[in-house]
Design a protein around this ligand. Structure first.
Ligand SMILES: Cc1cc2nc3c(=O)[nH]c(=O)nc-3n(C[C@H](O)[C@H](O)[C@H](O)COP(=O)(O)OP(=O)(O)OC[C@H]3O[C@@H](n4cnc5c(N)ncnc54)[C@H](O)[C@@H]3O)c2cc1C
Length: 432
């Protein structure tokens, strides 16, 4: 028998399709209250001198929330967007609306975990049940052939065993009905009301990223099913210019506007319709990297934010502030690095190849503390994801999950290989 009212706490699962939280809550309860806590203070907090969220990601988040709000409205359900800290908002609403159970996603980042711990404690004090569920990975953690504590330290070991022993679970469908108590609509803040200047568009950007589940599904259908891009992904994925050299799914995946399982099953659909090849496999391979960083963070927790990383081996670094500023502003004098840093600052996106090169340059050539780079990326990237960002940075700094230790990228060689005709550098540095 279904019981009482549940609260579904949306954080980075801003979608209706394949949403385990929503599914479980609707299965168990007569009605649900969908809530998003808009913690503006936390979004502006600084670490290493950088904000946790820059204007481009903020805009993408607002668009994603608007889309979720609109989708829920189709069910006559009002998304409750409440300004404030989850630690205060969730227990308060739970009390006011006589909620019997709160559903939230399982988190891995230190900040998110500590916020959840205090929400859970306050709920416990008022007798409200607290349930967390895994929602953001391709493989469900319970299907892996090892527990979190035994997750291999080397990606290839993880991937091979996961591929051999775990199946990708079926997606949860979009609900057919969402019953809610009588809730008043709430207002989504506008970027102007937050006193943030609308970020300027740059015509050289790889594409215009618009937040929300509908846009995510549109991009996924285009890239995976309609355009034929997927069939060459393995050959094009190290590209630098344009929308289609890689999927550009990352911003939507980061906010959970789409789930990796939805992407996986679209790839399978393509394979059924056409054929499987190295490229169709490689897209899934990349999603497994994403899983890996998330599980590794679950295992090592706050170590990922320490200078010595999970290896507990802090590198010797310089604190040359001017060197850091030259990197940020694309003024190192190394054209390939500078071009990438301009792209990031002016658009909020950078290719995977570019990210590896500029991160290696910061760690190995400028010999700066890698966490300044990670924090700057956190502020700038539209697709910022705690595990993917800090995990990749630690990996490149030689303090993460890499059996080979420090990864050095020879920038001149990389430029010859990946930008032989200087197309990318010309685009961003304006060289004729
Ligand atoms: C220093 C550094 C920082 C990074 N920070 C982030 C971040 O904050 N958020 C983020 O989503 N990715 C991050 N990445 C990973 C990767 O660069 C981006 O996911 C990718 O460039 C996004 O473009 P795409 O969606 O077109 O990727 P595609 O090549 O089309 O890959 C498909 C998807 O696979 C996943 N993926 C691909 N490569 C990686 C990888 N190396 N690690 C984890 N997942 C991967 C992403 O979800 C991506 O959307 C970082 C990489 C480096 C080297």
């Amino acid at each position: 028998m279904k019981k009482g009212v549940a609260l579904v706490w949306f954080t980075t699962d801003l979608r209706l399709r394949d949403n385990a939280l929503l599914h479980e809550a609707l299965q168990k309860h007569e009605s649900i209250v969908p809530v998003y806590c808009f913690d503006w203070e936390a979004m502006q907090e600084e670490q290493f001198g950088f904000k946790s969220m820059g204007p481009r990601r903020l805009q993408f988040l607002l668009e994603s929330l608007a889309d979720l709000q609109h989708s829920l409205l189709g069910f006559n359900a009002h998304l409750q967007i409440i300004m404030g800290k989850a630690e205060e908002v969730i227990p308060r609403i739970a009390k006011e609306l006589k909620i019997s159970e709160v559903f939230a996603k399982k988190e891995v980042g230190s900040y998110e975990l500590s916020a959840q711990a205090s929400v859970a404690q306050s709920l416990n004090a008022i007798g409200v049940e607290w349930t967390t569920t895994s929602t953001s990975t391709l493989f469900h953690p319970n299907d892996l052939p090892f527990g979190v504590r035994d997750i291999p330290e080397v990606f290839t070991d993880f991937r091979k065993r996961a591929e051999r022993d775990a199946n990708v679970r079926r997606e949860f469908p979009v609900p057919t009905e969402i019953a809610t108590p009588d809730l008043k609509p709430t207002l989504l803040p506008s970027i102007e009301s937050l006193l943030v200047e609308q970020p300027a568009a740059d015509s050289r950007a790889v594409m215009t990223f618009k937040g929300g589940e509908q846009e995510a599904l549109k991009r996924a259908r285009y890239y995976l099913l309609d355009s034929g891009c997927l069939s060459n992904y393995k050959e094009t994925r190290n590209g630098l210019v344009g929308a289609d050299y890689s999927s550009k799914f990352s911003p939507w995946l980061a906010l959970g506007c789409i789930s990796p399982r939805t992407i996986y099953f679209m790839v399978k659909e393509y394979e059924q319709l056409h054929r499987a090849n190295d490229s169709t496999y490689w897209l899934i391979f990349e999603l497994i990297w994403r899983d890996y960083f998330r599980f590794a963070m679950k295992k090592h927790k706050a170590k990922f934010f320490k200078k010595g990383g999970i290896q507990n081996r802090p590198p010797k670094t310089s604190d040359d502030k001017n060197a850091l500023l030259s990197w940020i502003n694309g003024k190192t004098g190394v054209d390939f690095v500078d071009a990438n840093m301009h792209e990031l600052r002016l658009t909020g996106f950078m290719s995977n190849r570019g990210r590896q090169i500029v991160a290696s340059y910061l760690c190995n050539d400028l010999k700066l503390d890698w966490r300044f780079g990670a924090a700057y990326f956190e502020e700038q990237l539209i697709d910022y994801d705690v595990a993917s960002n800090w995990g990749n940075w630690a990996y490149l700094a030689g303090v993460g999950n890499d059996p080979r230790g420090n990864r050095y990228f020879d920038v001149a060689k990389q430029a010859r290989q990946y930008d032989a005709a200087s197309e990318y550098r010309k685009l961003w540095l304006g060289i004729k």
